[in-house]
Design a protein around this ligand. Structure first.
Ligand SMILES: Nc1ncnc2c1ncn2[C@@H]1O[C@H](COP(=O)(O)OP(=O)(O)OP(=O)(O)O)[C@@H](O)[C@H]1O
Length: 379
């Protein structure tokens, strides 16, 4: 599947000019509040009309100003999940789910209703009404309803935004199952970096109505210059990792990365699983000698590649860990300008990156899309 977007819209206080191409899996539209994410996803849905441009799904034009095409929403074959579930309060969960299927033609590409119910774990909820469901359950039903309309693409606008952390944690595995179990591309609006790292295959970064980067999550995260414009001055880096062992005594999981072993709180992933880990730059400290007598369990040896400061109080160091060449990984550390000065940090200097174990949890760990052990380029 492909999604091609090349659109422009001028509003009195806001211009949006966006162009990107993406494929299967989850494409995250990432950017800070007001960057144009909802406007863009609404253009794909047919709720906002671009001034000019084209939007194609698998080569099929949903909108093409030159050709005079502007399909109405109900003919676009898009499923839309909003921040709040927007279920019909007077219908049961079963009726809400089937409502989506009333609008589809014959045949359901994505599997049976039972399969979708099973995939989302909502079988027990079928006779209930939305008012008796938790926020996470409502969102799972809303996702089921959107899928059962048999869309060619699923649009999700911050579907976890109204949920607390516990509910978010509950729903994320279902989103991973959707991504890996259905042949359905998902355009996913988020301003949560951990969510993007966990779910997305591709990332499109928006700032002030412009696409500032688009590509694989790993490649985009390499671009530390992007993050100030996204409202995340403290970006991070994504390390490729493999589950090496579980330490039952202390409730830890050991991850092998290019830079060395990372110990993180216990993860529910089998030994051998391939993961990616977001290490946020604010969770990394730098030492010029290997620290001893320190509580942090993760000390990675490396060399400073770049150093940049904001001219005020803080700076960011990019540290190459695990040697050079293709085996190397990158870690970023956000530290004060005073520390840069006191430690005499400079590009080329050998240092140790210290990562707090508790800074990495389920929400900053993503399974590679597809079956465990597969890398994105193999899918
Ligand atoms: N109907 C409208 N008329 C005029 N301006 C609008 C309209 N809808 C949105 N805007 C403006 O367009 C800009 C982008 O808004 P949009 O909702 O797309 O951003 P966003 O990235 O989704 O933000 P958030 O994360 O807060 O939802 C904002 O400046 C907003 O005020």
């Amino acid at each position: 599947m492909t999604l091609e977007v090349d659109v422009a819209l001028a509003r009195p206080s806001f211009d949006l000019v966006a162009s990107f191409h993406t494929g299967s899996g989850v494409t995250a539209l990432f950017g800070h509040s007001g960057s144009g994410k909802t406007t863009l996803i609404n253009m794909v849905a047919g709720l906002v009309r671009p001034d000019r441009g084209r939007i194609l799904v698998d080569g099929r034009a949903l909108f093409d100003s030159e050709a005079g095409i502007d399909l109405p929403s109900h003919r676009r074959r898009v499923g839309y999940v909003f921040q709040e579930s927007r279920l019909f309060p007077h219908l049961t969960v079963r009726q809400n789910l089937l409502y989506g299927s009333w609008f589809r033609g014959r045949g359901f590409r994505l599997g049976s209703v039972d399969q979708i119910v099973e995939l989302l774990g909502i079988g027990d909820l079928l006779p209930r009404r939305p008012s008796s469901l938790s926020g996470g359950e409502k969102q799972r039903v809303a996702i089921g309803r959107a899928i059962l309309s048999d869309p060619a693409i699923l649009l999700m606008d911050e579907p976890l935004a109204s949920l607390d952390d516990a509910r978010k944690g509950e729903i994320l595995p279902y989103l991973e199952r959707l991504r890996d179990g259905l042949d359905l591309p998902i355009l996913y609006v988020s301003h949560s970096l951990p969510e993007v790292i966990r779910l997305a295959t591709t990332m499109v970064v928006l700032a002030e109505g412009k696409v500032t980067a688009a590509g694989s999550v790993e490649a985009v995260m390499e671009r530390s210059d992007l993050f100030p414009a996204t409202g995340h001055p403290e970006g991070g880096s994504v390390l490729e990792a493999r589950v090496a062992a579980h330490d039952a005594e202390f409730g830890l999981t050991e991850l092998e990365t290019a830079g060395g072993v990372l110990r993180v709180p216990h993860l529910d992933s089998a030994v051998g699983s391939r993961l990616r880990v977001l290490v946020q730059s604010r969770d990394v400290m730098i030492a010029t000698e290997r620290p001893a007598h320190i509580s942090a369990l993760n000390i990675l040896a490396g060399r400073i590649a770049t150093l940049r400061d904001d001219g005020h109080s803080t700076g960011e160091a990019t540290i190459l860990v695990g040697g050079s060449g293709s085996g190397a990984g990158t870690i970023r550390a956000r530290i004060t300008r005073r520390s840069i000065h006191q430690l005499g940090l400079a590009p080329g200097r050998e240092v140790f990156a210290v990562v707090k174990t508790v800074a990495i949890d389920d929400r900053s760990i993503g399974h590679y899309p597809g079956r465990p052990g597969r890398k994105p380029e193999e899918i």
